[in-house]
Design a protein around this ligand. Structure first.
Ligand SMILES: CC(C)(COP(=O)(O)OP(=O)(O)OC[C@H]1O[C@@H](n2cnc3c(N)ncnc32)[C@H](O)[C@@H]1OP(=O)(O)O)[C@@H](O)C(=O)NCCC(=O)NCCS
Length: 203
């Protein structure tokens, strides 16, 4: 795992696993890299992801039909804001954008932030990309943003999300009973958290 400055793609593209020469990875992992989300990413595939009931079933976006225009407005709104850092998750082998991950909102006084993500391309599920993206932004949050804690909430039936956060060292800290309404019933929300000191012990 590596942190590189924006615009720091390896020009040879060899060592970094066939990274496209015109890509600009911000955080580099084994299978993926993270870069800024661009308005040019907001295309038919992105719209399909957010309107796909398998992808959005655990996301708050599901309550509103998503259009290219309202997704682009969301992306533009997050751009350059200090409350959140928003990344596109891209495959190293071909640069293809497969999902997004966000660190935010960030509480700069108490130095904690939420992490949320989705892999929109379902063919890429269960290949380790979600956990790799969480690890990359967790490291970024502690080493670069100087946060003290990262946290995430997930629906109790979202086994993929729970497992991905646990794999990255997050501890299950609590249960908010019947907090979320889904498919006609209320469901518990699980809270996960990871402290800087716990993360340092795992390094
Ligand atoms: C949740 C999500 C991000 C997980 O990403 P992913 O790339 O599929 O996850 P990983 O491949 O890194 O898997 C992490 C672990 O979870 C397990 N896992 C993944 N999906 C699972 C599922 N549906 N059921 C049970 N376990 C699952 C994996 O087997 C792996 O555990 P292991 O290494 O012990 O085998 C992805 O499924 C997704 O985007 N879902 C839709 C949006 C969403 O739910 N976002 C999270 C909101 S909190």
């Amino acid at each position: 795992m590596k942190h590189v400055k924006t615009g720091g793609a390896n020009p040879s593209g060899e060592e970094e696993g066939n990274l496209e020469a015109n890509e600009s990875p911000f955080l580099l992992g084994e299978q993926i890299f993270l870069r800024e989300v661009r308005t040019s990413d907001v295309n038919a595939a992105y719209r399909r992801w957010l309107n796909d009931a398998d992808v959005n079933q655990y996301l708050e976006t599901r309550f509103v039909p998503r259009s290219i225009e309202n997704i682009a407005a969301y992306v533009r709104d997050l751009d350059g804001k200090s409350e959140s850092v928003f990344f596109a998750i891209c495959l190293k082998k071909n640069g293809v954008h497969v999902g997004n991950i966000k660190v935010g909102p960030i509480n700069w006084m108490h130095r904690f932030a939420d992490i949320s993500l989705f892999i929109g391309d379902k063919s890429q599920w269960r290949r380790g990309l979600g956990s790799e993206a969480i690890s990359l932004v967790t490291r970024f949050a502690f080493d670069e943003l100087n946060l003290n804690r990262v946290q995430a909430g997930c629906y109790s039936s979202n086994l993929g999300s729970s497992r991905a956060f646990e794999k990255c060292g997050f501890r299950r800290e609590g249960v908010l009973r019947k907090k979320r309404f889904m498919k006609g019933a209320y469901e518990d929300e699980l809270l996960f958290g990871l402290l800087r000191e716990e993360w340092q012990e795992r390094r």
